[in-house]
Each structure stands twice: as structure tokens, then as C-alpha cells.
Design a protein around this ligand. Structure first.
Ligand SMILES: [Zn+2]
Length: 345
């Protein structure tokens, strides 16, 4: 087990009020050719560990304070889909080891990661809860042995399932961050208003509650503001960097030409730029969000812009834009170029 000397997540939140996170590992490694879209199982952890380490390192250099172990969908149900259930333990342990290895290159924390299992059924809650609990217990049991600082339970579609993850985390005496998916308009798939669900999670001892994935900043921020007003614990927001709107509130609902679905692998035309994600970080901070990051679609240039928007200097800030040195833009400043030349930090 790794013994860390850095301060834990709760200490950091208490003294700095904001912790920077970064996710979107599965999407980014799929784009790079290391994960198969469809099942989205992180086989890359065993097959190309250097690719995982490189992405951790990019996020670390960009200012993320948390290396999230790539155990998203590394659970029994999903591994069955790709015929790798025998690799379950090896994959989970290795993911936490890789996160630790890179976290130690900086002052970063390691988060164990569990997510929606697709095994939970609110109509058969007693039976399916047992299956889900066993899956979380084995994943987090291995993670604790390899060394984690806290647990992120994320993209929870059901409050019932989120509460199981929270309970398993608390039994391990670890700080718990629990975030909900928001695919539906107002409520979880088991019928709880998103705000109410966050409040229930907080009442059950979650240290950090909030939302991740599915929504871009425009459609996540109004919800997260309500969460902020409803709970007294820390709040997390990790949106996708896509241009969602009132009409298309989630990235699952975005459409390319002819009404075809853009999700999950034809989303490029909806990507936000780094300035827009920097703006998200500022707005989230103003609302009082404490854990600020990015989810699917995320990449290190966003994370650096967000960290700098929050007044931070990341290792990768050494190479932040200096457009005044650009051979064309730097000498002939036109009105339309000012966005690149302003001091947007
Ligand atoms: Zn996501």
C-alpha cells in the first residue's frame, strides 16, 4: 500500500476551497486508438499501460490535482462483454498502480473509481443491489490495497445505485465523491429529482456531491447552482466540453446533419474551445463549486486553460500561448485576433 505524504482531498478543499480534476480518459484513449468504442472497456490498462501513463501525465502537467484510476467500466458486467472477465483483478490493480506512479511525479492524489454498473434494477432492488455491492466491494478492495486517497463514484443513473457505492466507500473509511449522470431532463432513472438526489447523498455522508458527464457547461451550470444551494457539503462539476443547449441539453441528444445522433463518436463539431472551458471554470468557481473538472471529450489543453482561469500555474503553463510572438498575429493585430492576444489567464 502506498503511503502518501501529500494532503488529502478534504484538507485541500478546506484550505484551497477548490480542487482541480480531469477525466475523459476513456473517450481520449478511444480517440488515440487504444480503447474500442461501443463496449468502452479500459483494456488499455493492461495492453498499453504507457498510453494510460502518458494521459495521466498530461493531465497532471495541465494542473489536475487528481489522477483518477482508469477503472471506469472495469467491472464484472462490462468485462464479460469483451471476454476478459479473467483479467478483472489484474486490470483494476494495474489501473491504480499506474495512477499512483504518475501522481508521485507531482503533488497529486489518486482516486479510486467506480461507476454505473448496468446491473442495478430499481424494480428488483434487493437482489440487484447485492450484485452491485459485490462488484463495488471487489473493485474498491483491490484499489485500497494498491493505495487510493478517496473514491469517485460517477455517472450514477440511479440514486439507489449511488447510495450503494457511497456505503461501500464509507465502510472503507475513505472520503467519498458521488456524482450523478443527468441524461434525463430532471430526475434520476429511479425517479429522484437531481437536486433532491444530491441532497440525499449528502445526508448519507457523501463528502462531495454533484454532476458529471452528459451535459456541457451551459446546461450543467444551472443545475449545479441549485445543487450548491441545496447542500452544505462540497460540490463537484465535471461537464463534457460540448456545446449543449436548452434544446439539446445532453451530448447524447446532439444531432449532426439529417437528424443523426452525434454521440459518442461523431461529436467533434460540437466541441467547445479552451476559452469557453476556462470560462466554465470561472463560472463554476463563482457559484461555489469546489471540485472543478471535465469529463468525456476532455483533453489536457482544456484542463490547463481551466487551471489558469482559476489563477493557477501548471507545469504545462510553461508552454501556454504567447500569441504576441506569432509571426502573423503578433505583429498585425486585427480586431478578430484579440481573443488570442488578450491576457485571458
Ligand atoms: Zn463522461
Amino acid at each position: 500500500m502506498t503511503t502518501r505524504t501529500t494532503r488529502g482531498i478534504l484538507d485541500r478543499l478546506k484550505s484551497n476551497n477548490i480542487v482541480m480534476g480531469a477525466e475523459g480518459y476513456v473517450f481520449e484513449l478511444e480517440r488515440r486508438g487504444y480503447i474500442k468504442a461501443g463496449p468502452f472497456v479500459p483494456e488499455v490498462v493492461l495492453d498499453f499501460p504507457d498510453a494510460v501513463k502518458e494521459l495521466h501525465r498530461e493531465f497532471l502537467r495541465a494542473g489536475s490535482e487528481v489522477m483518477v484510476a482508469l477503472t471506469y467500466y472495469a467491472h464484472r458486467e462490462k468485462l464479460k462483454d469483451v471476454g476478459r472477465e479473467n483479467d478483472l483483478e489484474r486490470m483494476n490493480r494495474q489501473a491504480v498502480r499506474l495512477a499512483n506512479e504518475i501522481a508521485s511525479e507531482g503533488d497529486a492524489l489518486v482516486a479510486g473509481n467506480i461507476c454505473n454498473t448496468w446491473a442495478y434494477d430499481p424494480n428488483n432492488a434487493t437482489e440487484t443491489a447485492k450484485i452491485v455491492r459485490a462488484m463495488y466491494e471487489e473493485q474498491l478492495g483491490w484499489a485500497v490495497e494498491e493505495g487510493i486517497d478517496f473514491v469517485i463514484s460517477e455517472t450514477n443513473d440511479y440514486l439507489g445505485e449511488a447510495l450503494i457505492g457511497l456505503e461501500v466507500t464509507k465502510k472503507l473509511n475513505l472520503p467519498a465523491m458521488v456524482t450523478l449522470a443527468t441524461v434525463q431532463d430532471n430526475q434520476t432513472r429511479d425517479g429522484y429529482d437531481y437536486i433532491e438526489a444530491c441532497k440525499i447523498l449528502a445526508d448519507h455522508g457523501a463528502d462531495i456531491v454533484g454532476l458529471n458527464c452528459d451535459r456541457g457547461p451551459e446546461t450543467m451550470l444551472p443545475l449545479i447552482e441549485k445543487v450548491r444551494n441545496a447542500v452544505s457539503c462540497y460540490v463537484a462539476a465535471q461537464p463534457v466540453p460540448y456545446r449543449t443547449s436548452a434544446q439539446n441539453p445532453t451530448f447524447e441528444s446532439l444531432e449532426i446533419a439529417n437528424g443523426q445522433r452525434a454521440f459518442p463518436i461523431a461529436l467533434e463539431q460540437f466541441l467547445l474551445n479552451r476559452f469557453e472551458m476556462a470560462d466554465f471554470a470561472r463560472r463554476a468557481s463563482n457559484i461555489g463549486v469546489n471540485y472543478i473538472g471535465v469529463c468525456c471529450g476532455g483533453a489536457s489543453h482544456y484542463v490547463r486553460a481551466m487551471a489558469e482561469a482559476l489563477g493557477r500555474t501548471a507545469p504545462a503553463s510553461k508552454y501556454s500561448p504567447a500569441m504576441e510572438l506569432h509571426p502573423m498575429l503578433g505583429t498585425q493585430v486585427e480586431e478578430k485576433d484579440k481573443v488570442f492576444l488578450q491576457d485571458w489567464k
